[in-house]
Design a protein around this ligand. Sequence first.
Ligand code: HBI
Ligand code: FE
Length: 278
Amino acid sequence: MSASVQELPSFLRGNYAAAAPDGTLPAASLRYGAADHATWRTLYQRQAALLPGHAASAFRTALARLPFAEGVPDLAATSALLRDATGFSLVPVPGLIPDAPFFTHLAARRFPVTAWIRRPEELDYIVEPDIFHDAFGHVPLLTEPDFADVLEAYGRLGAQATRLGALKPLARFYWHMIEFGLIREGGAVRAYGAGILSSGAETRHAVTGATPRRLRFDLWRVLRSDYFIDDLQPTYFVIESFAELFAAMRRLPALLEAARDATPIPPGAAAPEDQPAR
Ligand code: HBI
Ligand code: FE
């Protein structure tokens, strides 16, 4: 694969040798055994049971229409359903890929999905995203037009943020709003982020936990907010709608340089402008 793979950490476990320069794996290299399908079903059943009362209604509705209940899903069949909804398609990758191809795929409405699935002894925690995180966590909302537009816009901003040396604020947006976002539905707060909904512990903590801050979404705040990558999040941001999130994408380019130069807000810290979500 390309030289840019050298920017990735060396512990990654995927089969990077089989990947094309754009990071994708040949469809023929995807093989899942009975044990893999059983691991998927265990994860799926556990997580699906938690969704009522925790997950955004758009996520639940979309998940029910996807072919995800029986085992590791077929990416081509899932792509066909997405194409009709939003024009997104799924491409298999060995795991995390370098920033540049990741942005390029999203800008072209292709979502990279890690091919491998965790081992049975890793059901509750893995360091890297696997296919359960990428497919169960991210794919349902790829059927939501406003959310699909957010991901495409994020991909398009990648080149500009790279030029400006502002990848950190852009990555904070992805972390807080794509991986760990919450949404208000009537009087309730529900999760839509993939990092939340692919984890039982994070789902309970984010939606009903007593300790986290749940703040009204504020783009400028998000762009300055550092995060923990290996612990439950101490702070979540709550949107009113996916249209609100897409509208924020239009303001993002003008804030990148200021966010790059601003003092970061440490994980879990308060900021003067914080508004608790209702
Ligand atoms: N690759 N497969 C994959 N998934 C990601 O979420 C991902 C990635 N490469 C880079 C990346 N995310 C982030 O560093 C950028 O969004 C900034
Ligand atoms: Fe993710």
